[in-house]
Write a protein that binds this ligand. Structure first.
Ligand SMILES: Cc1ncc(CO)c(N)n1
Length: 222
């Protein structure tokens, strides 16, 4: 039996679908999402990205080869030098200042998700950590593609969330997503059924925590 990334999704089809097709995502595509929900999500996503950067630093520490070390370093660099700056200016366009971002308390859903990823990486090896990160690295690209495949999704100036979709459909993000799937496919091909069972638990838990992250945005929960 040789496993692939797709097998992780197939091991929790309901959770994966609930994450990709979440009502937060649907409302964002239909341009009906409440401004406050999106702003709350954006603020917490800033805190998420900071912990996400730490996860790449952990990936560097957990890297057995120079190639893995370089990949982790590039991920960390991309988040710290580019994505966080982009996120801060995007938050600004939505009326959220950098000063406000710096003062934010972490919502429970943000704490749960990010610390789960870091703990999984600490307990396990680089593959555990990548599997824990894959719902975010692959899921958002899939979400953009799913939104584009629906007839009710509104694109362009009449959707205030158009730039969000554009970011995750971009070549840069889609290429990073493909690279992650390929990295995982190469490693999953060699794992035993018992190891795959462990990894699918990590994947399912991280996916459930992504669902909670959307719920947190919709419900404005802290
Ligand atoms: C919660 C969350 N998951 C995934 C991504 C995509 O990087 C993000 N920005 N935030």
């Amino acid at each position: 039996m040789s496993y692939q990334f797709d097998d992780l999704k197939k091991s929790c089809p309901t959770e994966w679908r609930d994450y990709i097709e979440h009502s937060f995502v649907q409302q964002l595509g239909d341009a009906t999402l409440a401004t406050e929900a999106f702003q709350h999500y954006l603020k917490q996503d800033y805190l998420f990205l900071i912990q996400f950067a730490r996860a790449f630093a952990l990936a560097a520490y957990k890297s057995p080869t120079l190639a893995d070390l370089k990949q982790a370093k590039e991920g960390l660099e991309a988040i710290v030098d580019t994505e966080l700056d982009l996120h801060i200016s995007y938050c600004n366009e939505w009326g959220i200042s950098e000063a406000e971002l710096a003062e934010l308390p972490e919502a429970r859903a943000t704490l749960a998700y990010t610390r789960y990823v870091l703990d999984t990486g600490n307990r396990g090896d680089l593959l555990d950590l990548h599997v824990a990160l894959s719902p975010c690295m692959v899921g958002y690209g899939e979400i953009a593609n799913w939104l584009n495949s629906r007839s009710t999704t509104i694109r362009g100036d009449s959707n205030p969330y158009d730039a969000w979709i554009a970011m995750y459909e971009s070549d840069d993000f889609q290429e990073a997503m493909q690279a992650e799937v390929q990295w995982l496919n190469e490693r999953l091909a060699e794992v035993s059924p018992a190891r795959f069972e462990q990894l699918s638990r990590v994947f399912r838990d991280a996916t459930r925590l992504e669902i909670d992250f959307w719920n947190m945005g919709l419900n404005l929960s802290e």
